[in-house]
Design a binder for this molecule. Structure first.
Ligand SMILES: Nc1ncnc2c1ncn2[C@@H]1O[C@H](COP(=O)(O)OP(=O)(O)OP(=O)(O)O)[C@@H](O)[C@H]1O
Ligand SMILES: [Mg+2]
Length: 644
């Protein structure tokens, strides 16, 4: 027991010592020395934020996991992946890149530093989460220097009088901006008799709870657009205590005061009245906000971050009297993710944060993600929706035994608004939660699809949208799942499936290579030379309808493709080349005709069949199912795949 208590105390003591290490106090004169040693101490809000983001670095090329996929998705211009965002956000790289670019430009004091960063996107696309991430990382960043006792924690260099600014700029290698706030000005005069070098300086960490450098403004009630929310107020109780114009009556707790040096976030910004928006824009442009009462203006340095969904944005944009405001906004579209693999990662992230610990059978999240992604895609004459989804996911799609050649970038250009509507991750998470609550033993793709169908029927969608969603769930996704399930069960049924597939693959390669190069095949055991076995090759190829005159071309392609993969230093295996993988899998599936009898005839299985069934179930358990979910999907398969 005491040992355990010591553990806690150790941790607490270490943490306190570390914090103490990071704090600093001194006079303004001491602070000047610090800045002379390291001029980067002086950083405006945008610069500071950019340094925090940039400081975490980017994912380097050799860290990036799948270069072949990246090439398919992005061509020669893959987006930068920032470590700052990488564990939290999936599939919206271009939006994140644009946000970082905004901070970069603003940190160079470009026009961006005087513009609002505005994120626009459909519900649940991650706008609030991005804002959250920026704020959270600020609170974890090392402290910054502030004037001790200043209500808006201003930059100490404001103490340097105008007349000396040029000289100090040169000595410190900085470019000082901003004016002392009324409260510090008053203290300088009355407390320090103008001796600004003695003013106390200290460090400050950002805190959302204490509204230190971070302020959040929800939409303000239109009947009560009181500016004190933004700029603070005068404390009425002090008004008779101090003379008029005495800044000690100021209560600088407005959003612009609280968010000084850091971030002021406006939620659903366009729900506010235009007048109110103008004061936000002025603050951003001028970097000054009015002080309450008759106290002049206060310099303000902060990132103004706003977001809303597209409907509000459109309404606002349609009114041309808003042009002046629009011109002062950097808009970043935050669309839904459109890649299946990444969509699953979003749910895994969200599930990781919830209290649910139940079993989730393989492919469950994938089926949910399919629905979400397809609901967001625009249809195209070039291919069907599920093909588009697979292409966007960087997968190879087969057409008559060949990989389909459609340019992803072209598809994207044809569908400019893609990702701005459809099913949100929140909808899916609610469906997953419902399914998990309904079933204590775990959930399967079958249950999640049922819940999604139910929810679509309940929700208030437009008729044509509801129809389209139900079609996706009841038809497209149903079929897609049956294909997955058939493969899944075959894999579990075929003894040592992967090894068998690998053997078929190696044999195919040996024979196809010999065929193409017009050489002989060496038998592995007897070392005897023999002619390539054309019947064997055809047997595989016909699985994907490669027959007759097309076999020569196909064999050539397989060999050169795999040769290219090998040359890039990648290991080749049976799944390296999608058409061949498909052929091999179909071949293996063909070899298990009796699978149906074993699965469907639960009551009449003989001993041998019972044993095979037992092995099948065991195999499924090894592949991530539990007894319950294996039972459900096997029953489903017997009803839909192998019914006699
Ligand atoms: N691309 C994504 N990557 C990771 N998580 C995501 C992504 N898109 C959405 N999410 C997650 O979905 C949930 C909803 O997102 P969030 O609340 O940030 O959306 P929002 O755009 O602010 O929506 P609203 O317009 O309704 O306020 C969050 O848990 C968020 O982390
Ligand atoms: Mg939000």
């Amino acid at each position: 027991m005491t040992k355990k208590r010591d553990d806690f105390q150790d941790i607490i003591r270490k943490d306190q010592a570390e914090r103490k290490n990071k704090t600093w106090s001194g006079t303004f004169l001491d602070y000047l020395e610090l800045v002379r040693e390291d001029s980067e101490i002086y950083a405006l809000a945008h610069s500071h934020m950019y340094n925090v983001i940039d400081g975490e670095g980017i994912v380097s090329d050799d860290e990036a996991d799948d270069s072949a996929r990246s090439l398919k998705l992005w061509g020669d211009h893959p987006p930068r992946i920032y470590n700052f965002f990488k564990d939290e956000f999936f599939g919206i790289e271009p939006a994140l890149e644009k946000i970082v670019r905004y901070f970069h430009a603003a940190s160079m004091k470009g026009e961006e530093s005087r513009q609002v960063l505005y994120m626009m996107g459909p519900v649940g696309a991650g706008k609030s989460s991005i804002a959250e991430q920026l704020k959270r990382k600020l609170t974890e960043a090392p402290p910054i220097y502030v004037i001790d006792g200043c209500p808006i924690r201003e930059e100490p260099l404001h103490l340097i009088p105008r007349s000396l600014r040029d000289q100090f700029n040169g000595m410190l290698d900085v470019k000082i901006e901003g004016e002392l706030c009324p409260v510090c000005r008053y203290r300088l005069e009355h407390e320090f008799e103008g001796r600004y070098e003695n003013f106390p300086v200290t460090t400050m960490t950002f805190s959302r709870m204490h509204r230190r450098g971070i302020a959040v403004v929800p939409p303000v009630d239109p009947n009560n657009q009181d500016t004190s929310v933004l700029i603070g107020s005068e404390d009425i109780s002090k008004l008779d205590q101090y003379s008029e114009g005495d800044p000690r009556v100021l209560d600088l707790n407005g959003a612009f005061n609280a968010g000084n040096r850091g971030i002021v976030e406006f939620i659903e910004v366009f729900k506010n009245e235009t007048e109110y928006l103008h004061s936000i824009i002025t603050a951003t442009q001028e970097k000054f906000v009015p002080a309450p009462g008759r106290h002049g203006t206060i310099y303000m340095d902060g990132v103004i971050l706003a977001h809303s969904n597209e409907t509000e944005w459109r309404r606002f944009k349609a009114d041309h009297t808003n042009e002046a405001i629009l011109d002062r906004i950097v808009t970043v579209k935050v669309p839904y993710n459109l890649r299946l693999t990444e969509e699953v990662l979003i749910y895994k992230k969200m599930l990781g944060r919830s209290g649910f610990k139940s079993h989730i059978a393989p492919h469950t999240l994938e089926i949910a993600a399919m629905f979400a992604v397809m609901s967001r895609l625009e249809s195209t004459p070039k291919c069907d929706l599920i093909t588009k989804m697979r292409l966007y996911n960087g997968e190879d799609v087969l057409e008559k035994g060949r990989t389909k050649k459609i340019d992803i970038q072209e598809l994207q250009e044809d569908a400019k608004f893609e990702g701005m509507s459809g099913i949100s991750p929140r909808f899916i998470m609610k469906a997953i939660d419902t399914a998990l609550t309904d079933s204590a033993d775990g959930i399967t793709p079958i249950q999640i699809r049922d819940v999604m169908i139910r929810k679509v029927k309940e929700m208030d969608f437009a008729d044509d949208v509801r129809k389209q969603y139900l079609e996706l769930l009841q038809d497209t996704i149903h079929k897609a799942y049956l294909e997955i399930l058939e493969k899944e069960i075959t894999k579990a049924f075929v003894y040592a499936y992967e090894e068998q597939a690998e053997t078929l693959f190696q044999n195919y390669l040996d024979h196809a290579e010999a065929y193409v190069n017009k050489t002989a095949v060496k038998d592995n055991n007897s070392r005897e030379e023999m002619q390539p076995d054309e019947n064997f090759l055809k047997n595989i190829e016909e699985q994907i309808a490669i027959i007759g005159s097309s076999v020569d071309g196909f064999r050539q392609e397989v060999i050169s493709y795999l040769w290219a993969v090998g040359r890039r230093g990648k290991k080749v295996n049976y799944s390296s080349y999608e058409p061949l993988k498909e052929a091999i899998e179909k071949k293996l599936m063909e070899s298990v005709r009796d699978i149906s009898r074993i699965i469907t005839k639960a009551r009449t299985r003989d001993e041998d069949q019972q044993e095979k069934f037992g092995a099948l179930v065991q195999n499924m358990l090894d592949r991530g199912y539990n007894e319950y979910s294996a039972d459900i999907v096997l029953k489903y398969a017997s009803n839909h795949l192998w019914k006699d």
